[in-house]
Design a protein around this ligand. Structure first.
Ligand code: ZN
Length: 298
C-alpha cells in the first residue's frame, strides 16, 4: 500500500462532504500566516508555472522585502497545456517536440515572473515532471515510469531541471522533492489544497502534506476553486478575493496585500504570455487585495 493511500481516502471523504478534522502536527497553530521577517524561509510549491504568482505573489514579495528567503519549486513545466499547443502549432495534433518547446517557454516565463517578485535564479527550482501526470505518479506509477501523453517523455527532459533524466515515477518525484526540502530548510510552506479541481494540484497538495509537513508548517491555497471562481473573472485590484466554493471546508483566512504588491503581482502575471492568450480573465482575477490561506489541507 502506498503511503498516500490514507491521505487519498481522507481527500475523497472531504470532497464527499465529510467533516475531516484539521490535519498534521500543527493543528494547534492559528490559521493566519506566521509573522514574516528576515528569519522566514518560504517554500512555495507550484504544480505549474503561474500557480506561484496566482496563489502567493503578495506573500512572496512581503518575505523578500522583509529580508527573508523565498524559493519556488515547480513540479511540472506546464507542457500539456493542450489549447496553447494547438494554437502554437496550428495543428489539432501538436508534436512531442512542440510540447517540450512549450515546457521550456513556460519555464522561461516562470523565471521572468518570479524575478519580478524578487527571486534570483538560484531560488527558482524546476523538477520537470509531466504536466497532467502527477496523480499517476503518486498512484499507479510509483515505481513504473509514466510516459507523458504530450511530450512522450518518460524521464525529465529539461536540462535545467533539478534532475535531468530522472524517471517519471512517484519515487523519483518524492526524492527530488525531499532534496528541495533539505536544500531550502523552509520555515513555512505554501502548497495547493488537495481539494483543488485540478488533479496535478491535488497530487502536489498530498505530496506536500506527506513530506513537507515534517519540515515546516504548511498553509494551503486553491487556484481551481470551482466553476466561475474567482468571481468576477476580471482584473479588479483593490477588492478582496472571495473564498472559493471548493475551499469552503478549509475556512481560509486573508493575507492583505498593499497596492504596490498588487502591482507587482500583475507585472509578474504579465510575463505569462502563453497563458494570457487563452485565460487572461481567469489569471488576472487573482490580482486582488487579499490572498487566502488555510491551516487545513482538506
Ligand atoms: Zn496549476
Amino acid at each position: 500500500m502506498s503511503w498516500l493511500a490514507p491521505l487519498l481516502l481522507a481527500a475523497s471523504i472531504a470532497q464527499a462532504g465529510g467533516n475531516a478534522p484539521p490535519t498534521g502536527a500543527h493543528a494547534d497553530l492559528p490559521t493566519a500566516l506566521p509573522p514574516v521577517d528576515a528569519a522566514t524561509s518560504l517554500l512555495v510549491v507550484a504544480p505549474h508555472p503561474d500557480d506561484e504568482t496566482l496563489c502567493c505573489g503578495g506573500v512572496i514579495q512581503r518575505v523578500v522585502r522583509a529580508g527573508g528567503r523565498v524559493t519556488v519549486v515547480w513540479l511540472t513545466s506546464g507542457d500539456a497545456a493542450r489549447l496553447v499547443l494547438v494554437l502554437m502549432s496550428r495543428s489539432l495534433f501538436p508534436s512531442e517536440a512542440g510540447a517540450r518547446e512549450l515546457g521550456a517557454q513556460r519555464m522561461q516565463e516562470a523565471r521572468a515572473a518570479t524575478a519580478r517578485l524578487g527571486l534570483s535564479s538560484s531560488a527558482q527550482i524546476f523538477l520537470g515532471y509531466p504536466d497532467g501526470g502527477l496523480s499517476e505518479l503518486i498512484g499507479a506509477h510509483r515505481s513504473r515510469p509514466y510516459a507523458s501523453r504530450t511530450t512522450g517523455a518518460a524521464a525529465v527532459p529539461y536540462e535545467d531541471a533539478l534532475g535531468p533524466g530522472h524517471p517519471y515515477t512517484g519515487a523519483s518525484l518524492e526524492q527530488d522533492f525531499l532534496e528541495v526540502l533539505e536544500r531550502t530548510h523552509p520555515s513555512l510552506i505554501l502548497a495547493p489544497t488537495p481539494l483543488d479541481a485540478h488533479a496535478d494540484h491535488r497530487a502536489a497538495g498530498l505530496l506536500t502534506q506527506a513530506l513537507g509537513a515534517r519540515y515546516a508548517p504548511v498553509r494551503y491555497w486553491i487556484v481551481h476553486g470551482g466553476t466561475g471562481w474567482p468571481t468576477p473573472a476580471d482584473l479588479l485590484p483593490g477588492i478582496p478575493l472571495t473564498p472559493a466554493p471548493l475551499a469552503r471546508p478549509l475556512v481560509p483566512e486573508a493575507f492583505g496585500l498593499e497596492p504596490a504588491e498588487e502591482d507587482g503581482k500583475l507585472a509578474a502575471l504579465q510575463e505569462y504570455r502563453t497563458q494570457l492568450r487563452l485565460t487572461a480573465p481567469f489569471l488576472l482575477s487573482f490580482v486582488r487585495s487579499t490572498e487566502l490561506y488555510s491551516l487545513r489541507a482538506f
